[in-house]
Design a protein around this ligand. Structure first.
Ligand code: EAX
Length: 335
């Protein structure tokens, strides 16, 4: 009898140690994005998921939900704060509403080239701004890339700011984007990305601006005839994890997740560069008429955004002096 009891206890212990972890310890991290499945965000998210699965032996499963299935970029970031979503890869479009200093990166023509972007984002300025996410329940796992944004429209070829006059253009939901397009002479309308294709199709707006990787994967060439390579904004993306989720990971898994994110970031930046090299021709093949305007008149037209007191104060999180310091530091580092 005693022997039988012992066997039962030993067997139960065995089950608890061996079977239970496999059945109960699996962590699922849902990761949402706004863009189409073929877009570089989702290729990078899949890459990240694979590394995490391999390195944790399947203990952590990252599930990717593209195409705003889980809501707009803003909704998803809020989801991370509320605990209804674990991860998102988003543009800075909505991020100024959570950490105002992020608006710094929304300034037009701030960066010269990719080197200059990475120097600022991966250096002191980008790191200090990313560190602010923790206070609002979010944790940055690195600055990814959306890319240099170009203007598409259904009206006319754009060669100078004069061609943008009165053009109704959808912008991301941040006042820096709105003010920039106004300074260019256009009529901006802030709108979530998920509504954009239909808005272009139904002519609610004439124009939009996005990197080639977004324009091509979202098939905007079906509803927009003209593409102008203005590169007026550099749009970073950020991989975010809910701070509550992060805290629940073991130190070992935190390291795996952070390392996988760093690898995915480099992978994604590579895809973004490749997209810029290849997708102009691909858009042309789809029937778009492409122009390469001189950027100087555009930069001149939007220079007033940098001296706008509202913008300076907003970038400083309500403190104009702080904002000006950040802008000056970014300009110097981006040179
Ligand atoms: O983050 O809203 C936008 O135009 C963004 O560039 C897009 O959703 C990718």
């Amino acid at each position: 009898m005693q022997k039988k009891l012992l066997t039962v206890i030993v067997f139960s212990l065995f089950l608890a140690l061996v079977a239970a972890p496999a059945a109960y310890a699996k962590t699922i991290l849902k990761l949402g994005t706004s863009t189409q499945p073929t877009h570089i965000y989702n290729q990078a998210a899949d890459h990240f998921a694979k590394i995490v699965a391999d390195k944790t032996g399947g203990e952590i499963e990252v599930q990717v939900f593209p195409a705003a299935q889980l809501g707009s970029e803003r909704d998803m970031v809020e989801g991370l704060q509320l605990g209804s979503l674990e991860m998102t890869l988003t543009s800075t479009g909505p991020m100024g509403g959570f950490v105002p200093q992020v608006k710094l990166f929304n300034l037009p023509f701030l960066f010269k080239d990719r080197e200059s972007c990475y120097r600022v984002l991966d250096g002191e300025i980008g790191t200090q701004i990313a560190d602010r996410f923790v206070k609002v329940g979010l944790r940055s796992l690195g600055w990814f890339e959306n890319g240099f944004r170009n203007i598409t429209n259904s009206k006319r070829p754009v060669n100078s700011p004069a061609d943008m006059k009165g053009v109704k253009i959808r912008v991301m939901e941040d006042d820096v984007f709105i003010l920039t397009m106004k300074a260019m002479g256009a009529s901006p309308l802030p709108m979530a990305f998920g509504e954009l294709y239909t808005a272009l199709e139904q002519k609610t707006v004439d124009a939009q601006e996005n990197p080639l990787a977004v324009i091509h994967s979202s098939r905007f060439f079906e509803v927009q005839k003209y593409l102008a390579m203005t590169g007026h904004f550099y749009s970073p993306a950020v991989l975010l994890i809910s701070e509550a989720t992060w805290k629940n990971l073991s130190p070992k898994n935190q390291k795996i997740v952070a390392d996988a994110a760093a690898q995915a970031r480099d992978f994604e930046r590579g895809l973004s560069l490749k997209a810029d090299q290849e997708l102009e021709a691909a858009c042309e093949k789809e029937g778009m008429i492409i122009t390469h305007p001189d950027k100087a008149p555009f930069a001149k037209a939007v220079a007033s955004v940098y001296s706008n007191p509202k913008v300076i104060k907003a970038i400083g999180g309500g403190n104009a002096e702080e904002g000006q310091k950040l802008i000056d530091a970014a300009i110097a580092a981006a040179k």
